[in-house]
Design a protein around this ligand. Structure first.
Ligand SMILES: CC(C)(COP(=O)(O)OP(=O)(O)OC[C@H]1O[C@@H](n2cnc3c(N)ncnc32)[C@H](O)[C@@H]1OP(=O)(O)O)[C@@H](O)C(=O)NCCC(=O)NCCS
Length: 178
């Protein structure tokens, strides 16, 4: 058992079937489940969960208390701030105009999930998009443009469904005891 600090267990777990690059950094209390892959120089914060088969590309930066569900695909250029949620099968698409016979130039592609934002299951986030603080992207959405803070957005292309009460949603998240 790990050491209990403010109700949260301080123990890191990496399943032996996960593939984690030597240069990747995994924070205290983070769990990396089977078949997940974490690439070179990726930085994962504290108390995160990296689900079964999730793919975290090289250089991806993930804050603290982030939940990344099974088979989510996170590519180079993504920054995920604290307290975010990424649903199963969500994909950050990194090539806007893919073509089999062109060398892909993926330099400068970037995304940012701001604090407390959530991306639903199987959502696709196109390159160079920011999801604002505490916003939710619905399941199966295709996000083509920045999403502002404190909104629920969904659909293909994703559109704002409603604006949330910023004060209410900015409440600090109480972490469950592990
Ligand atoms: C987007 C979401 C947060 C909206 O939930 P909500 O605020 O309760 O919205 P409602 O269910 O009342 O739906 C409102 C409208 O949006 C539509 N809608 C809801 N979710 C949608 C989605 N993901 N994509 C497209 N349209 C959606 C509904 O059909 C409804 O349309 P209508 O007004 O024409 O009938 C929710 O549906 C969702 O997709 N959550 C993510 C779930 C998920 O992936 N969880 C991860 C599990 S591990």
């Amino acid at each position: 058992m790990g050491k209990r600090i403010s109700g949260v267990l301080k123990k890191t777990y990496i399943d032996k079937r996960a593939v984690v690059a030597k240069s990747a950094r995994i924070g205290e209390g983070t769990k990396v489940w089977a078949f997940a892959q974490v690439g070179d120089n990726a930085k994962i914060g504290k108390n995160c969960v990296i689900g079964n088969g999730a793919y975290i590309d090289r250089n991806v930066i993930v804050g603290n208390n982030v939940k990344i569900h099974n088979k989510a695909l996170l590519y180079n250029g993504l920054i995920v701030e604290d307290n975010c949620f990424i649903g199963p099968g969500a994909c950050f698409a990194n090539d806007k105009r893919p073509c089999f016979n062109k060398t892909r130039n993926l330099k400068g592609v970037s995304w940012r999930l701001k604090k407390g934002s959530s991306v639903g299951a199987n959502a696709t986030i196109l390159p160079d998009v920011t999801i604002g603080e505490n916003s939710i992207v619905g399941a199966g959405s295709v996000v083509t443009k920045d999403i502002p803070s404190n909104v629920t957005a969904c659909g293909n292309p994703a559109r704002i469904l409603r604006r949330e009460n910023a004060k209410k949603s900015a409440k600090p998240q109480k972490l469950p005891k592990l």
